[in-house]
Design a protein around this ligand. Structure first.
Ligand SMILES: NC(=O)c1ccc[n+]([C@@H]2O[C@H](COP(=O)([O-])OP(=O)(O)OC[C@H]3O[C@@H](n4cnc5c(N)ncnc54)[C@H](OP(=O)(O)O)[C@@H]3O)[C@@H](O)[C@H]2O)c1
Length: 443
C-alpha cells in the first residue's frame, strides 16, 4: 500500500499499473453480529461510534466491468448513519439479496459491510471489458451501481430493477483504503480540488441536481422560487447553489444564526431560521397544526413579497411534509428524496388536488445527471461544502456528528491521504475560487 501511496503523492501515476495490489486493506465496517446492538435504544441515542469499526479486510476479486480504486479521501453521507444504527433495517439484508442476484455479486454477501458512498482516488486495476478507464486515472465515483440487463433502465438507469447505492446496498464502499466500483461509476476528479474536497460533493451534489434541476425531478427554471429545507446541510448546500446559479430565488430554511450566515454568504437573501421562529407543525405525535403551516406560509410570502414556492425541496419528511404541501404554490412541485424525521408522512390532500400541486419522488441520479453535476464542480461553478475533515480512524465520530446534526455542509474523511490539502493540479482555477471552496471550512 505504501508504494501505491508514494506513487500517488509523487504524481507518478504511470507506475500504478506495475505495482502489486495489496491482499488486504483497512476499511470502515459494520458487523452482522452487531445488528441487534441498539434494540430498544431511541434513534437519537444510537451511537455510530459503537457500531463502526476499522478492520483489515481482504481485497475483493475484480470482475468484468469493475474497477479497483485506491481511495485517497471519502465523505460521510447520511446513508452511513442509517447503516451504522441499523435503521430502518440492517444493510446485511441488501447484501444478501444482492449476493443471490448473480455469481459476480456473491462476493458482496459477507458478515461485514465496508460502508461509504463517495470517493476520490486513483484507479489501480480495471476488470475485463473496461475500456474508458485505466490504472493511474484520477477519479471520483458516483454511487449508482446498476446492472442494466433489463429493458426498464434504458431510458433512465435509476429505473433499472437492479439499481443499488454503492457502499450502502453493496459492499466494498469508499470509507476505506481501497474500493470496488463498477467502471460506469467513475468520473474525472476536478483538478483544482484537494482529495477531500473532490470526494465530498458526489452523492449529495448528484442527488440535489436530479431532484431540483433535472427534468426527472423538479425541472427548475430561472425565476422559480425554491423553498429549501436544511439549506446548509449536505443536500441543501448544493440545492442552494443550483438555485442561485440557475436564476431561481432560494428560500433557505436553517436552524441557527451560524447556518443562516453560511447561506447568506453563498448569496441567499431569503432565510428562515426555523428554531428562532419556533415552528411546531405537529401538536403532538398524532396531530398536525395547520395554523403553524399558515404561519410558515405567511412568513414565506412576507420574504418573497407575496410569492409561494414553485418548488419545495423536501427531505426532512414527516415533520415538515404537511407544511411543504401546504406552502407550495398552485401548480407547484414538492420534490422529495428522503424522510429523515420519519417516513410515514401526513398531509392535507385538499391542498394538493384543489391546487393542482404535484409530489415528485426522486432518488440519487443516473450516470448522465451525476456526470453533469460533477462537471459543474470541475468548471468551478458549484463548490464543495466541506466543513471538517476526520481521519479514517475517526469515522465513527464523523458519522456521530452528522447523526446529531452538529455539522455543516459535508464532513470529509481522509483514507490514504496522509494530510489535507493534497492532490491539486490546477492551481490557477483553485485560486480563482478559493473563498467559495473554503466557505464552510471550520464553521
Ligand atoms: N434518496 C437519495 O438519493 C438521497 C441522497 C442523499 C441524502 N438522502 C437523505 O436525505 C436526508 C438529508 O441528507 P443530507 O445529506 O442533506 O443530511 P444533512 O447533512 O444532515 O442535512 C439535512 C438538514 O436537514 C435539516 N433537518 C433535519 N431534520 C429536520 C427536521 N426535522 N425539520 C426540518 N429540517 C430538518 C437540518 O438542517 P437545519 O437544522 O439547519 O434546518 C439538516 O442540516 C437524509 O435522510 C439522507 O439519507 C437521500
Amino acid at each position: 500500500m505504501q508504494k501505491i501511496l508514494d506513487a500517488i503523492l509523487a504524481d507518478e501515476l504511470d507506475a500504478i499499473a506495475t505495482l502489486p495490489v495489496p491482499e488486504s486493506y483497512r476499511g470502515v465496517t459494520v458487523h452482522e453480529e452487531d445488528t441487534a446492538m441498539f434494540d430498544g435504544v431511541a434513534t437519537k441515542d444510537k451511537d455510530p461510534r459503537k457500531s463502526l469499526h476499522l478492520d483489515d479486510v481482504p481485497t475483493p476479486e475484480l470482475g468484468p466491468g469493475e474497477a479497483l480504486v485506491a481511495v485517497m479521501a471519502s465523505a460521510i453521507n447520511y446513508n452511513t448513519v442509517w447503516t451504522s444504527i441499523f435503521e430502518p433495517m440492517s444493510t446485511f439484508g441488501f447484501l444478501k439479496r444482492y449476493g443471490k442476484s448473480s455469481p459476480l455479486a456473491l462476493k458482496h454477501d459477507l458478515p461485514y459491510h465496508v460502508v461509504g458512498s463517495d470517493l476520490a482516488g486513483v484507479v489501480l486495476r480495471t476488470g475485463p471489458g473496461v475500456n474508458a478507464w485505466k490504472p493511474g486515472d484520477r477519479v471520483v465515483a458516483h454511487c449508482l451501481d446498476v446492472q442494466l440487463e433489463h429493458a426498464d433502465g434504458h431510458n433512465d438507469t435509476m429505473l433499472d430493477p437492479e439499481q443499488r447505492i454503492w457502499g450502502f446496498e453493496t459492499n466494498f464502499g469508499g470509507l476505506a483504503e481501497l474500493a470496488l466500483v463498477k467502471s460506469n461509476q467513475l468520473m474525472p476528479m476536478p483538478d483544482h480540488l484537494t482529495w477531500e474536497e473532490a470526494a465530498s460533493p458526489g452523492l449529495v451534489n448528484s442527488t440535489a441536481y436530479r431532484q431540483l434541476v433535472s427534468a426527472n425531478g423538479a425541472n427548475m427554471k430561472q425565476g422559480d422560487t425554491v423553498l429549501i429545507w436544511g439549506a446548509s446541510g449536505g443536500l441543501g448546500s448544493y440545492a442552494t447553489q443550483f438555485a442561485l446559479n440557475g436564476g431561481a430565488t432560494p428560500i433557505c430554511v436553517v436552524s441557527s444564526p451560524e447556518k443562516a450566515e453560511l447561506v447568506r454568504s453563498m448569496g441567499a437573501e431569503l432565510i428562515i431560521d426555523r428554531s428562532a421562529e419556533g415552528y411546531r407543525f405537529w401538536k403532538d405525535e398524532h396531530e398536525q397544526d395547520p395554523k403553524e403551516w399558515k404561519r410558515f406560509g405567511s412568513r414565506i410570502r412576507e420574504l418573497t413579497g407575496g410569492d409561494d414556492p414553485d418548488i419545495v425541496f423536501e427531505h426532512p419528511g414527516r415533520e415538515t411534509f404537511g407544511a411543504s404541501v401546504f406552502v407550495a404554490r398552485k401548480g407547484g412541485t414538492i420534490v422529495t428524496c428522503a424522510s429523515t424525521s420519519g417516513f410515514l408522512h401526513q398531509y392535507d390532500n385538499r391542498y394538493l388536488w384543489m391546487s393542482l400541486k404535484r409530489i415528485v419522488g426522486s432518488h440519487f441520479a443516473n450516470y448522465r445527471e451525476a456526470w453533469e453535476a460533477n462537471r459543474l464542480v470541475a468548471k468551478g461553478k458549484i463548490h464543495p461544502t466541506v466543513s471538517k475533515v476526520y481521519s479514517l480512524e475517526e469515522t465513527g465520530q464523523a458519522a456521530h456528528d452528522v447523526h446529531r446534526n452538529a455539522h455543516q455542509g459535508k464532513v470529509g474523511v481522509l483514507c490514504l491521504a496522509p494530510a489535507e490539502g493534497l492532490g491539486v493540479r490546477d492551481h490557477e482555477l483553485r485560486a480563482a475560487h478559493l473563498p467559495h471552496i473554503n466557505r464552510f471550512r471550520g464553521v
